[in-house]
Design a binder for this molecule. Structure first.
Ligand SMILES: C[S@@+](CC[C@H](N)C(=O)[O-])C[C@H]1O[C@@H](n2cnc3c(N)ncnc32)[C@H](O)[C@@H]1O
Length: 307
């Protein structure tokens, strides 16, 4: 079997990697993971870093079980009583003293590992997007910015003292503005908002989505739900991969969380490279990819020893 030793720039062996195209999940700090990847080896990067909200992002998984008479919190068919019990929780910190200083070396590495015709989708929220846009303009070049996608949803509380913020921002950059993947014909079409104003033929075909994507969040009781906080919907990732990846491509997500990018890559016939430093994310991905019957290599990346 062909193997290769990988080294950090400062000379410490990271781990031994089997050469070839296989799905991989790395457990460890993503900067170390990125530094171990060869230049120009990835077709598409999607990342959804922590949003720097200053909160702990957490979610408790709930299961409904049968309860003794008088002990339940709801009554079902035939008068049976049921109650909700917590079966586990996932969490990670979402605060950085200097968010941009944390992101910059990782984004520079992401640029290095992208192929010349590769694209990067950067998912962030409205409070940080402007600072991140300037950072990405510096790395990719301002004229390599293609889109700001607004992912709009309609869920959760809303105060009465401002417009309720119900969207995330996804910035799209390409490495080579003359030559990048964009599969216009392969993106699933959506219904027209005013179907009465277009021909039957157009109505039948649906319209190409714009840069505003209406899509529900992952429902707490939906099929997709893994229980991981901030899990993104398959519909959003599916659309990104339809447009910007071809079957056989290598897709990288180094803030992988529950592994949504990995599932979308499997669906598209791509190979995925995912990284996360939270053991709960790794546990969720193990369960998710096992259920999908995916072959995955699991790699732990040790931090380099302090000199
Ligand atoms: C917003 S979540 C990603 C959610 C993901 N898109 C999904 O659909 O489940 C961000 C993730 O980044 C991870 N993370 C934060 N800092 C990291 C680092 N330095 N290295 C690797 N992962 C990191 C967190 O553990 C968290 O799982």
């Amino acid at each position: 079997m062909l193997t290769e030793s990988l080294f950090f720039p400062h000379g410490f062996p990271a781990f031994v990697r089997i050469i070839g195209m296989e799905n991989r999940v790395y457990f460890g700090d993503n900067l170390a993971v990125l530094e171990s990847l060869p230049s120009a080896s990835v077709d598409l990067v999607y990342i959804d870093p922590p949003f720097n909200t200053g909160k702990v992002q957490g979610r408790t998984r709930i299961k409904t079980v049968r309860a003794e008479t008088g002990q339940g919190d709801r009554v079902g068919f035939g008068g049976n009583e049921y109650k909700s019990v917590a079966v586990g929780s996932s969490a990670y910190g979402d605060i950085f003293d200097d968010f941009l200083a944390f992101l910059e070396p990782r984004l520079r590495e992401a640029y290095r590992v992208l192929k010349h015709n590769g694209s990067l989708y950067f998912h962030i929220d409205y409070r940080e997007v402007h600072y991140c846009k300037i950072l990405l303009d510096n790395i990719f070049g301002r004229d390599h910015f293609l889109n700001e996608i607004i992912w709009a949803y309609d869920y959760g509380g809303r105060g009465k003292n401002r417009w309720p913020a119900k969207h995330d921002n996804i910035l799209l950059y390409v490495k080579d503005i003359e030559n990048y993947t964009f599969n216009w014909d392969e993106v699933e079409r959506i219904p027209y908002m005013a179907p009465g104003l277009v021909s039957a033929e157009k109505r039948e075909r649906g319209k190409f989505p714009t840069d505003v994507w209406w899509h529900t969040i992952v429902a707490t009781n939906g099929k997709e739900k893994t229980g991981y906080p901030t899990q993104k919907p398959m519909g959003v990732l599916r659309r990104i991969l339809q447009a910007s990846a071809n079957p056989g491509d290598v897709v990288l997500d180094f803030f992988a969380g529950s592994g949504t990018t990995g599932e979308a890559a499997l669906e598209r016939g791509c190979t995925f490279l995912l990284a996360d430093n939270n053991p709960q994310a790794i546990a969720v991905m193990r369960e998710r990819f096992a259920a999908l019957g995916a072959a995955v290599e699991w790699i732990t990346v040790e931090p380099p020893p302090v000199p």
